[in-house]
Unconditional design. Structure first.
Lengths: 681, 559
């Protein structure tokens, strides 16, 4: 990604989130407004008789619009059915009109009484119904009957509604009621069924005894992070953002975050919560994975990247490219889009992982944060490797490094357990069309899990384990990635290649070796706790480091205790690396070869050491037929002892059928005859 | 001229006068090895009331003298010295006795023993300048020689007796001498350095006297010295016994070692961890580990501390009083000098903070805080502070260079505090883990076997638990003692040459039908006694194979 840092302010200021120029331009002439159909991730701009829509997922500024024709009339809201076969347009407070795209047929659904206002509607992939109308009197659940070209009322939930909010992502509709609109009912309409949440009240501070502030819809946000559903509510009086987490049978307040602006917008990018302090034009990031209420970073502004330089000045004018950050026309769309309704620009908000990781000195925490990132997994992974490498080269205190190593190992182990780590597996081929083919509407078996999951996304699995009573959602709409790297977790062999081995190259001092060794040991410890197999190269490195410091006795302990697990690579290092300086270490290598039953190598080694008779005995016992006889014969010949040579020849005569007829046999028989006989009796 | 004893199978070659007092006899033994046969005439000034008969002296090696035989045996039979149980002394150069025990032996008698030893050393040096005399086997006594430092010799004379338990293995006795010396230099530095500092030797004598007396105290049973005899054949002094731990526990231990290291914050600091009387981990060199291990297991481990130094027996106190008065006599100019007695019994105890304390090294004037012990590392000759921390069965010994502690005792107490704050959690965890995996006193017992396994490369040994060894009959023990002696002999032939480590196998059927087996391969030795075993050699050999595969990673399996 280009690092064109020119921002709208031209200051090039540091920021943790950015939008990238050019935006998706959703402007057509005669538009009567912009609507976001979050069920299908479509941005819809109706004109008098047409519906122009842009796919926002996957987000590409160049995406072409599609146009459908409808009859003229007012458009209060518009949504495509989830299979994109129908278009529903709310025409008035009590009428919703439908088009069947295939045939062009239309039909309408009206509320029974004039007073029963339709507040809105949404399509659902719930098993029992297809579309839900939210009315002041409650919910009407309809299913579409194609044969009759009409809706059939399935169920009604009677409840007074002042206003409602719904996100397709969470499949959750929250219905506000009461004088202050702070009393809530909720339903989750997922493929697993309809779940009714207990009624709950939101907290509202009073400025004085008599005033009773009324909660408005724009102050309540449903957010979905790590497959959990939260509700964030702005308390304008207390200047706090209260958070509630939804469980199957309870709504639990989770604590509050401070806000510094009367207008608050919320985005979720890659499970990170972005709280836009609209007045202050800054963003505060929260990663509420571990129920931590500490921001990831300090408040920083949003940045525009990729803005052509020449346009900065001209952006002051009402130019096409003008970007007015946090203008009143900015609409924040779930989860990570911003639409400027005045210009028709649609921006997608990105996280700047590099900037985030650079802004904190608490490396283990940063690593934890990065490990949880999925959208830019490759980048997160590279950053993790680089961070670990650099803190080691900077020789940060060992406890810090240990924590960092533990974070990476734990995270990798976790991804192994959940099965999400697999290099070769292609990414969820999740369709971005908005058709919930990925959601478990097609997978009835899924519901038996007892949880609320509507998809098999890994987060859901993990949360299911963590809390069976969680209210969870699918992430079927998550943006698909074309990258091979699906997870920021780092397998041990890569940790070796990109961190340990590369650090070793740069560290050559005596003390460095023991420093690096301590880290390796901690890594081995951590891997052992998580039952991860450690790459033999790491053990080889450990052996080399101990050898460099001449800690031979300790090396012996490590090998005997099998802290350094036996492998051929380690044996070779013990034999030829460290073993060339220390005879005891060499013996460890010999023993290791034997213990590993590497018969061939062991025999060759014995021959090399001149113990060829011993090697022959071993070869016979373990039936090692892969070693060439010439090796032994040469060794015996070189010893200049005819007895030995004769013994070897005789052995092979018996051991290898037909050896007597080979040319080798004749050569050495002759050589034996030529040998000066030293046997004098 | 006294009588000459010649083994009948030897081929007599020549005989010539050597010194006025000596005759040299050259002979080949029946293997064709060259043997020098020495006759010793009993006209030596200080020697014995009866002319000695020669029996056997051996000394090994003849480095750099290719013309000389590889192996020289001198057999001497003589009847010297009364029935003293043991004599240990260190002599330096001529006529200078640094230590003699028993001290109450008349001076002329002392001189006569020394004179003989000196004569032999001088004489054997002619053939083997680098490794002189090792042992004289007389009819009633064995004289064991050990050159502790150049020109500083330790000699032990033990009485032989067929009827009593006095059947010795020479190497076992020599290892006692070695241990005395290495412990001594660990605490006091080398004798040579002490002598150089103070040529009169008074201080050295007092140090040696108190030190060796404290050491010998460990061998006192009743009022008799019981030196390692044939009953200790399945033991190896001067080696370390390790705790076998699983991989996970081993990793935790090493992680603790790392934490200790970073706590001490100095690359030349070391740590040693013991569980009960077994070594768990060390960062020291093998030699220093061995020394510190034998000190720890005899003075510091929970077992020793809980026994409360029970062996402070009354005779010793009397002896100590003698020592004090005697050393005062010797070191006339030593008034006010404090002799540190690291081997003194019952002087260590566990403090409230978990650290072991002792006043052996004195007490700081004014505040009564004991001075932190110090010792010397063998190889680097660095002076180190010794801090020992104990948690239940776990004993942790830390060695910190004295030079790195600029503010001395204050620094040590700060370090201790830091250790308690940062590492004690880990220590508790490791102790729990080890205690869980610990199989008890008889953990390393292998049913049906009585064994000793020595890893010479690593100075490690493991043996059947002592309680199990005592079930062996005297015949078996005598047989294994004999076999060990043979292996010792064989080993000393290829002295110090690692490439020449010979594989060796001895399988012996003892009188009581027990199998006594020794195997040696690549620096490792295995001794096994199988009583109540089947009579075939095949059975014995299979039993060894099984043991080797199961407990030694197949190291002793015959290929």
């Amino acid at each position: 990604m280009s690092r064109n840092t020119s921002s709208s302010g031209g200051s090039g200021a540091l920021s943790h989130a950015y939008i990238h120029y050019p935006p998706l331009r959703c402007k057509n002439n005669g538009s009567t407004g912009l609507f976001y159909d979050d069920g299908n991730k479509l941005l819809i701009s109706p004109t008098s008789n047409q519906v122009v829509s842009w796919k926002t997922s996957p987000y590409t500024p160049q995406v072409a619009s599609t146009t459908d024709t409808i009859t003229e009339g007012p458009v209060l809201s518009i949504r495509y059915s989830l299979d994109l076969k129908l278009i529903a347009v709310q025409r008035s407070n009590n009428e919703v009109q439908f088009w069947v795209k295939e045939t062009g047929d239309t039909f309408s659904q009206k509320s029974k009484s004039e007073s029963d206002t339709i507040l809105g509607f949404f399509w659902t992939d719930c098993a029992v119904c297809d579309i839900v109308f939210v009315k002041t009197s409650g919910l009407d659940l309809y299913s579409y009957v194609p044969e009759l070209k009409s809706l059939e009322l399935i169920d009604s939930k009677k409840v007074n509604v002042s206003w409602y909010i719904y996100t397709h992502e969470s499949r959750l509709v929250l219905l506000a009621s009461g004088m202050q609109c702070k009393s809530f009912m909720g339903y989750q309409l997922s493929s697993a069924g309809i779940i009714r949440l207990p009624r709950f009240e939101m907290a509202m501070a009073k400025s004085d005894v008599n005033s009773k502030p009324v909660l408005s819809a724009e102050d309540v946000h449903i957010v979905t992070v790590y497959g959990r559903i939260y509700c964030l509510q702005v308390d304008r009086v207390a200047m706090l953002l209260h958070s509630y987490r939804f469980y199957r049978d309870a709504v639990i307040q989770q604590g509050s975050l401070p806000v510094y602006s009367t207008k608050i917008a919320v985005s979720v990018v890659d499970n990170v919560l972005l709280i836009h302090q609209v007045d202050a034009k800054v963003i505060i990031l929260y990663d509420i994975f571990a129920d931590s209420r500490t921001p990831v970073s300090a408040p920083l502004p949003l940045l525009i990247r990729g803005l052509p330089r020449g346009n900065i000045s001209s952006s002051q004018s009402a130019n096409d490219t003008s970007v007015n950050l946090y203008s009143d026309d900015w609409n924040f769309l779930v989860p990570d889009l911003v639409c400027d309704v005045s210009t028709g620009f649609l921006w997608k908000i990105h996280l700047d992982l590099e900037a985030i990781s650079a802004s904190s000195s608490e490396v283990p925490l940063v690593l934890e944060f990065l490990q949880r990132r999925k959208l830019e997994a490759k980048k997160a992974k590279d950053l993790c490797l680089e961070l670990l490498r650099s803190i080691m080269i900077e020789r940060r205190p060992l406890p810090v490094i240990f924590r960092a190593v533990n974070v990476l190992v734990t995270s990798f182990a976790y991804s192994l357990k959940t099965g999400s780590y697999s290099k070769s597996t292609p990414v969820n081929s999740s369709s971005s069309s908005g058709v919930p083919e990925n959601s478990s509407g097609n997978k009835p078996g899924e519901t038996s899990g007892g949880g609320f999951s509507t998809s098999d996304s890994e987060d859901n699995i993990n949360l299911k384990k963590e809390n069976g009573e969680n209210l969870m959602v699918s992430e079927d709409q998550q943006e698909s990635q074309s990258q091979v790297v699906t997870s920021a977790t780092i397998p041990p062999d890569e940790l070796y290649t990109f961190v340990f081995a590369s650090v070793e190259e740069e560290m050559s001092a005596f003390a460095d070796a023991s420093y690096l060794f301590s880290i390796l040991l901690e890594f081995i410890r951590s891997a052992n706790l998580e039952k991860i197999k450690v790459h033999p190269n790491i053990y080889v490195l450990a052996v080399r480091l101990l050898g460099r410091n001449e800690r031979y006795a300790e090396l012996g302990q490590f090998v005997l205790n099998k802290i350094i697990e036996p492998s051929k690579e380690v044996a070779v290092e013990l034999l030829e690396g460290v073993g060339s300086h220390n005879i005891q270490t060499r013996k460890l290598g010999v023993d290791m070869l034997r213990q590993l039953s590497l018969h061939h190598d062991y025999v060759v080694l014995l021959v090399q050491d001149g113990c060829y008779l011993e090697a022959l005995r071993y070869a016979r016992k373990h039936k090692v037929s892969t070693v060439r006889p010439s090796l032994f014969l040469e060794a015996a010949y070189a010893s200049n002892d005819p007895q030995h040579l004769a013994a070897v020849l005789r052995f092979f005569g018996e051991f290898i059928p037909g050896f007597g007829t080979t040319s080798e046999h004749t050569t050495y028989i002759r050589a034996l005859a030529d040998m000066p006989s030293s046997i004098t009796v | 001229m006294s009588r000459i004893w010649i083994s009948y199978e030897w081929k007599f070659i020549s005989m010539l006068p050597f010194f006025p007092e000596y005759w040299m006899v050259q002979a080949f033994d029946h293997f064709g090895s060259f043997v020098v046969y020495i006759a010793y005439r009993a006209t030596y000034q200080h020697t014995y009331h009866h002319p000695p008969a020669f029996k056997s002296i051996r000394f090994s090696g003849s480095h750099g003298h290719s013309s000389l035989p590889e192996w020289i045996t001198i057999r001497i039979a003589h009847n010297v010295v009364n029935d003293t149980e043991a004599i240990v002394w260190v002599c330096e150069e001529l006529e200078k006795i640094l230590f003699f025990f028993p001290a109450d032996l008349p001076f002329p008698a002392q001189l006569s023993v020394i004179g003989l030893s000196e004569g032999l050393i001088t004489f054997t040096r002619i053939f083997s300048p680098e490794a002189a005399c090792e042992v004289i086997e007389a009819e009633l006594h064995s004289h064991v020689f050990f050159e502790a430092e150049p020109d500083i010799w330790m000699v032990m004379v033990v009485a032989k007796s067929k009827e009593t338990e006095a059947i010795w293995r020479i190497e076992a006795l020599r290892s006692v001498l070695k241990e005395i010396h290495s412990l001594f230099i660990m605490f006091h530095g080398s004798i040579r350095v002490l002598l150089d500092k103070e040529p009169g030797g008074g201080l050295t004598r007092s140090h040696l006297f108190t030190f060796i007396m404290d050491y010998l105290n460990d061998f006192l049973v009743g009022n008799k010295f019981v030196l390692p005899n044939f009953r200790d054949s399945l033991k190896q002094r001067g080696t370390v016994q390790m705790l076998t731990v699983g991989r996970e526990a081993a990793i935790e231990v090493q992680s603790l070692v790392g934490a200790l290291d970073s706590c001490m914050g100095n690359t030349s600091s070391y740590s040693l961890i013991l569980f009960q009387d077994l070594l768990v981990s060390t960062t020291l060199t093998p030699d220093d580990t061995t020394n510190l291990f034998s000190y720890a297991t005899s003075r510091l481990t929970p077992r020793v501390l809980s026994s409360g130094g029970s062996s402070t027996w009354s005779y010793l106190r009397k002896g100590n009083a003698e020592v004090a008065s005697r050393s005062a006599n010797i070191g006339s100019g030593l008034d006010g000098f404090r002799i540190v007695r690291p081997l003194q019994h019952g002087k260590w105890s566990k403090g409230k903070d978990g650290f072991l304390v002792t006043d052996i090294w004195g007490v700081e004037v004014g505040n009564l805080v004991p001075t932190t012990p110090t010792l010397w590392l063998q190889q680097t000759e660095h002076k180190m502070y010794l801090c020992a921390y104990q948690h239940k069965s776990l004993t942790i010994i830390l060695l910190i260079p004295v030079t790195s502690m600029l503010n001395g005792e204050e620094g040590i107490s700060m370090l201790k505090q830091q250790l308690v704050e940062n590492v004690s959690g880990k220590i508790v965890k490791v102790e729990e883990k080890l205690a869980k995996g610990w199989g008890g006193e008889n953990a390393y017992h292998v049913k049906g076997y009585r064994y000793l396994l020595v890893d010479g490369d690593r100075n490690i040994s493991r043996a059947s638990p002592p309680g199990k060894v005592t079930t062996l009959t005297k015949e078996s023990l005598l047989a294994i003692n004999k076999v060990r002696e043979d292996v010792d002999l064989e080993k000393s032939r290829g002295n110090g040459n690692h490439n020449d480590e010979k594989d060796l196998e001895i399988c012996m059927r003892a009188k009581n039908n027990a199998w006594v087996i020794a195997r040696s391969t690549r620096g490792k030795e295995l001794y096994i006694v199988l009583e109540k075993a089947n009579e075939t050699l095949l059975y014995a050999s299979e039993a060894i194979e099984k043991f080797s595969d199961r407990y030694c990673n197949g190291a002793f399996s015959l290929d």
